[in-house]
Structure formats: structure tokens, C-alpha cells
Design a protein around this ligand. Structure first.
Ligand SMILES: [Zn+2]
Length: 218
């Protein structure tokens, strides 16, 4: 009986688009809202210490809501969409190597407050799509930093300096192709600092992929 009711409910329930609430398509994002996303051309967005940094989209309306709600409003069901957008862009690059995914970590005090690191769950979903392995524990955040967007460039640099380290208990081949995943890149300081730490520890094959950038001219 319960099974029957469940089946019936599934038939009746139509998932509205998360962004415009339209029930026409029964999808988390309708094609109209998906079409509003501004994908950047497939290519290197920025280079840092010989490492390629890619940004998938411009940080506007839909992407802003996607990041904010997944990160701060416990909307974990948005993670597959987040990863799908990234994977969709990533595919276009046609890179053939096998990567190890490293999500940008948050500090443990932030983890206590938010209960989860949104990039961990995005990385899980991204790993499912791409079949790349994932290591959530290799990169660690050793400094509880101020929120970057509140600060000026010089303060940001100071704030993020020495904020990351690698987990010395995890033994990774130095030639592993590492793929750092993050949500936004603006000044690029966070990625720069992570790349610096990885290089200092002998890793040289580093690539970064971010969902969005607010500044396409950067
Ligand atoms: Zn929609």
C-alpha cells in the first residue's frame, strides 16, 4: 500500500525549476534558465606559475544563486547541477589526462558552523561524471581566514598567505595530475596560494577549474 502511494505521489509531483519555479519541464533547471548561463569560451582563463586556470561561466544571476544557496543555505541538491555545468565545460577542453580532484578545503571551524564544505559535495558529483578519483583530505586549510570578498586586494593577499597546507600523511605520486576545484575566482589569490603550496611540496602538474568568474577581463 505504501509503495503504491509512493508511486502515485511520484506521478503527481513535478519538480519546479529551482530558479524560475516553472513546472513545465520537471527539472531542477529549465532550459530557459540554463540558457541564461554565460559560458566562457573553452580555453585557459589565466595562468599561474605555468598552471592553467579555467573558469566555466560568468558570475551572474543564475550562477550567483546557485553558489550562494549551495554554500550558505544548505541546498545540497544543487551540487549535481553545479558539477554538471563544470563537467559540461570541462568536456569541451578535450584534455586527455587522468586527474585527481582536490576540492578547495574550508577550515574546521567553518566546517563546524556550516556542517559541510560545498566544494566537497560538488567534487563528489564531478568525480561521478568524469570518473576521476577524488581526495578531499589532501589539501588542508590551516588558517581560519576572513571572507575574501570583504577585503581589498592587499588585505586579501595577507589574509590567505599560509592558509593552506598538504596532508603529509597522504602519500601521492609527485607526477599526479592534480585538478583543484573551486567556486569563484576573482583576483585568483586563493588558487595562487594553493598552487604555491603544492609546488613547494614537489607537485608540478596542477590545473584549476572554477565554476565562475566575476571579471572576464582579469
Ligand atoms: Zn527556470
Amino acid at each position: 500500500m505504501i509503495k503504491f502511494i509512493e508511486k502515485l505521489l511520484n506521478l503527481i509531483y513535478v519538480q519546479p525549476c529551482y530558479f524560475c519555479k516553472s513546472i513545465k519541464e520537471d527539472k531542477i533547471i529549465c532550459s530557459r534558465c540554463y540558457g541564461k548561463i554565460h559560458f566562457l569560451p573553452a580555453g585557459v582563463f589565466r595562468k599561474n606559475e605555468e598552471c592553467n586556470i579555467y573558469a566555466c561561466t560568468i558570475y551572474d544571476e543564475i550562477i550567483k544563486k546557485l553558489i550562494k544557496d549551495l554554500k550558505y543555505h544548505n541546498q545540497r541538491r544543487l551540487a549535481p547541477l553545479f558539477a554538471y555545468i563544470m563537467a559540461n565545460y570541462w568536456k569541451k577542453l578535450g584534455l586527455m589526462q587522468n586527474y585527481l580532484i582536490l576540492p578547495v578545503p574550508i577550515h574546521k571551524s567553518r566546517m563546524k558552523e556550516r556542517k559541510y564544505n560545498h566544494m566537497d559535495i560538488v567534487a563528489q558529483e564531478f568525480s561521478k561524471i568524469t570518473n576521476y578519483k577524488l581526495n578531499k583530505d589532501f589539501l588542508i586549510r590551516i588558517k581560519d581566514t576572513e571572507k575574501q570578498y570583504k577585503l581589498h586586494k592587499q588585505e586579501r593577499i595577507k589574509n590567505i598567505k599560509n592558509a593552506f597546507d598538504i596532508n603529509k600523511n597522504i602519500n601521492l605520486d609527485k607526477n599526479t595530475h592534480l585538478l583543484i576545484l573551486d567556486d569563484i575566482t576573482s583576483t585568483g589569490i586563493t588558487l595562487e596560494e594553493i598552487i604555491r603550496v603544492l609546488k613547494k611540496n614537489g607537485y608540478c602538474n596542477i590545473t584549476a577549474l572554477t565554476l565562475a568568474t566575476p571579471d572576464i577581463w582579469n
